[in-house]
Design a protein around this ligand. Structure first.
Ligand code: ATP
Ligand code: MG
Length: 797
């Protein structure tokens, strides 16, 4: 007879079919962009459900954004024509939040924990850096934050890190202290930061195997999209979930020094079946700890894994594919893939070089309008750039040209101050232990509560051993004036009233509409809305609108989640990712960074700012593997296009308030010249003269190619040489007042020096000039260090 999933297999090519129907413990699908990896995952899930090999509740699928998760869920439901309730399709972070909400009480948290976003954890670190006077050691909140994040992605905690850190280095000691203090503060606040969501779930599974077993038994099929961008913690999480369940039979535990064996034996349950799909050419998150080895070493970690290669691209024209293939071929440590398509050559890639970024933006706008007239819908067009700041020039022109557009992942709705304030009110109700949230709303709107009062409240709380939130209920005892007492009592009353709505003490479960009701109450009775209404600042009107929008979001939440709680709502808003969108973007052009573009596809794509220092980005030059990662990012950008691809650049670019000459990206030269139709090439711009072209001529041997040289690349621009300035030189600009000044201390390779903290060592090299001279020193015990000669506590021996 026919397979029950036959219709799901129609139209798949042979390797896709193999991947959808393979049944075994581990399956790896490696393939280039647009070859149907995501589609295969979707069909595989549908097939497992249709054939009744799995219940929906036994499936865990991990996608890169919430939006991708939503699309995959819809696709599966469409394919199997069923609601598929209980299926987990989500991001790593959302899946971990669900697990932690159920299990947090196992290790000293409650299920109402708060999720700290990057801004929240930055605020906390700011305070800790100040308290530890860590800026004297060159530690900044941002620097500490990114180091802690990297360590957590490696599953290192403060203790384990301290054991292998160089504790004779005072800066290291302070860092370790701050790391520890940060973790304790999170725990006290009943909060997890983003990286903790994953790392702490791994910790939970390792520390409490019986908890892990619940999930191991539950999830029989685990599927991961974009596997090339998983970091070590995410890898470990998957590894924990796919272990066999030991069963109680093999278990032994010691009790009072005696080993006790459980008499009953339960058979071992096999590990879940794991499917991962990825493309090592699209790994673009190494800077966040993503580890490409997770894909290259899959076969070692899962012996006997089936590997399927997909080589046919269904997304792009041959022209677009040839350009992308040619670019990525320049990365040296990769396996060559043969990606092909049968849709034909299609249109040539359109190239354009503007005099300035405005000129470039005008070109993009004109092309968008032309395509729109040729009935390409706005929603099928996207504009990419490397850095968020590049969007401004585009926006200005789009507004003037009345092109409807939407920025994805720019200044996020949820990052706006008034939205953060409103959510802090909700958090203060849901998780009163979260001191950061309560402190945030203390004087918003202005109630005359200043630092002195805040400190009094904190001191009172510490003395009584109660939370900061509970201290608000003791206004008369705080030793503050009557006006302030009244303000505090009023805030306390509002929070209490909202708590009764959102988390009723009667024990009944509050309906999802209570989120809307509670939020409105908090914003109105606290006086927050009134303060904005009475303000003369025109911005405040926009803020009011945003708050109305937030209330609308809660209504929509209630509609979509009939069983949703205040915690579900907070989870949802905390985990909105860059590519996630509040409203439906149909009818608008999408603007986004190249990172955000991953996994998406559009009929027409504009890749802008194809210049040195933007792509590859300036900061990548100093990172190991940086330029290669930038090439992969560019590859991701090119391969989003289905039919039309535009590459544009400007000859001058204003950045950080300075206008400077820009150079065409080296990646442009890697695209075969006959694939690009230059509307205006660097040569054209050159021949028209003017300031910019003089700057350019100075760098171009033989001057411009004149208007005739249509194809850029006839005369290759030499690649710019870059000085490896690094962070140390930047540091020279913020030398604190009271440090040593070594004047013009002369050092040469071979010299021996003594450093106050690192002891004796030998100078290997000296780079830089003047006040920015840097000594590269190999210390006898402290290892290799780079020191700014002018200020380092060193003497020449
Ligand atoms: P990326 O690497 O960019 O994430 P991908 O490998 O996940 O890409 P998909 O997004 O799954 O690729 O597929 C790319 C496009 O090709 C989609 O529009 C998809 O519907 C289409 N496609 C994939 N396989 C087939 C097929 N067998 N027949 C028709 N269309 C297909
Ligand atoms: Mg995909």
């Amino acid at each position: 007879g026919e397979r029950p999933d036959a219709d799901l297999l129609e139209g798949l090519n042979r390797p896709q079919l193999e991947a959808v129907t393979y049944r075994g413990p581990a399956l790896l699908i490696v393939a280039g962009a647009g070859s149907g990896k995501t589609r295969v995952l979707t069909h595989r899930i549908a097939s497992l459900l249709r054939t009744r090999e799995a219940y929906p509740s036994q499936i865990l699928a991990i996608t890169f954004t919430n939006k991708a998760a939503g699309e995959m869920r819809e696709r599966v439901q469409h394919l199997i024509g069923d609601s598929a309730q209980g299926m987990w399709i989500s991001t790593f972070h959302s899946a971990c939040v669900r697990i932690l909400r159920r299990e947090a009480q196992q290790f000293g948290f409650t299920k109402s924990f708060t999720i700290y976003d990057s801004g929240d954890s930055r605020a906390l670190l700011k305070r800790l850096v100040k308290e530890h006077e860590a800026d004297a050691f060159g530690l900044t909140p941002a620097g500490v934050q990114s180091r802690i994040s990297k360590l957590k992605n490696e599953l290192a905690d403060a203790d384990s890190y301290a054991r292998q850190a160089n504790m004779s280095d005072p800066a290291e000691r302070v860092f370790v202290e701050i790391f520890g203090a940060y973790q304790s503060a999170l725990q006290r606040a009943n909060a997890f930061d983003f990286d903790d969501l994953i790392a702490q779930t791994v910790y939970l599974f390792r520390a409490f195997p019986h908890v892990a077993d619940v999930y191991r038994k539950r999830f029989r099929h685990i599927l991961v999209d974009e596997y090339q961008d998983t970091n070590h913690a995410q890898y470990a999480l998957i590894h924990e979930l796919t272990r066999p369940v030991q069963g109680s039979g093999g278990d032994s535990f010691s009790s009072g020094g005696m080993m006790i064996f459980e008499p009953e034996t339960t058979p071992e349950v096999e590990g879940a079946s794991l499917t991962v799909v990825g493309d090592s050419d699209q790994s673009i998150y190494a800077f966040r700890g993503a580890d490409i080895r997770n894909i290259t070493e899959f076969e070692r970690d899962y012996p006997g894994a089936k590997v399927v290669l997909l080589e046919q691209n269904y997304r792009s024209t041959q022209t677009i594919l040839s350009a992308a293939n040619a670019v990525i071929a320049n990365n040296f440590d990769r396996k060559d893939k043969k990606l092909w398509t049968d849709v034909g050559a299609g249109e040539a890639i359109v190239g354009f070089t503007g005099y300035s970024q405005h000129d470039e933006a005008q070109f993009v706008a004109d092309e968008i309008e032309a395509l729109h007239r040729a009935s390409v819908p706005y929603s099928q067009m996207a504009v990419f750039y490397r850095t968020n700041s590049q969007s401004r020039a585009l926006e200005e022109i789009f507004i003037r040209a009345a092109i409807p557009y939407k920025i994805m992942g720019g200044t996020k709705f949820y990052d706006r101050a008034e939205i953060k304030d409103a959510l802090a009110y909700v958090v203060a109700v849901a998780n009163p232990a979260d001191e950061l949230a309560v402190r945030r709303i203390l004087n918003r709107p202005r109630r005359g509560i200043g630092d002195v009062t805040e400190t009094s409240i904190a001191r009172f709380a510490a003395e009584r051993g109660i939370t900061f939130r509970d201290a608000l209920g003791h206004a008369p005892e705080l030793g503050v004036g009557p006006k302030i007492q009244a303000a505090i009592a009023q805030l306390d009353a509002v929070l209490t009233e909202a708590t009764e709505i959102m988390l009723p003490s009667s024990g009944e479960i509050a309906p999802p509409s209570s989120v809307t009701e509670g939020l409105s109450l908090l914003l109105n009775k606290s006086g927050y809305m009134d303060a904005l209404r009475m303000s003369r600042d025109p911005q405040d009107e926009a803020r009011l609108e945003n708050l109305d929008e937030l209330i609308a979001v809660t209504r929509e939440f209630a509609r979509n989640n009939p069983e949703g709680t205040i915690l579900d709502f907070l989870t949802e808003v905390a985990l909105v990712a860059d590519a996630d969108d509040l409203d439906d973007a149909s009818g608008t052009v999408s603007l986004m960074t190249m990172h955000t573009a991953k996994g998406l596809e559009y009929d027409a794509v504009f890749v802008t700012g194809v210049e040195e220092d933007l792509i590859p980005h300036r900061i990548s030059a100093n990172e190991p593997g940086g330029p290669q990662e930038e090439r992969r990012l560019f590859y991701v950008a090119l391969t989003r296009a289905r039919k039309r691809l535009h590459l544009s650049l400007a000859m001058t670019r204003a950045q950080f308030g300075e206008v400077s000459a820009a150079m065409p990206s080296r990646f442009l030269q890697e695209i075969p010249h006959d694939l690009i139709d230059w509307r205006q090439s660097p040569g054209d711009v050159n021949s028209r003269g003017g300031m910019q072209s003089r700057a350019l001529n100075a760098r171009r041997p033989g001057g411009g190619s004149g208007g005739s040289g249509k194809r850029y690349g006839d005369d290759l621009v030499p690649l710019p040489r870059r000085e490896k300035s690094g962070d140390i030189a930047k540091f020279a600009n913020r030398i604190p007042a009271k440090v040593r000044d070594n004047g013009d201390l002369q050092l040469a390779p071979g010299d021996r020096i003594r450093h106050d903290d690192f002891g004796e060592g030998r100078v290997d090299a000296v780079t830089g000039e003047g006040a920015k001279r840097v000594a590269h020193v190999r210390f006898d015990s402290a290892g290799a260090k780079k020191l700014l000669i002018k200020i380092a506590p060193i003497v020449k021996l």
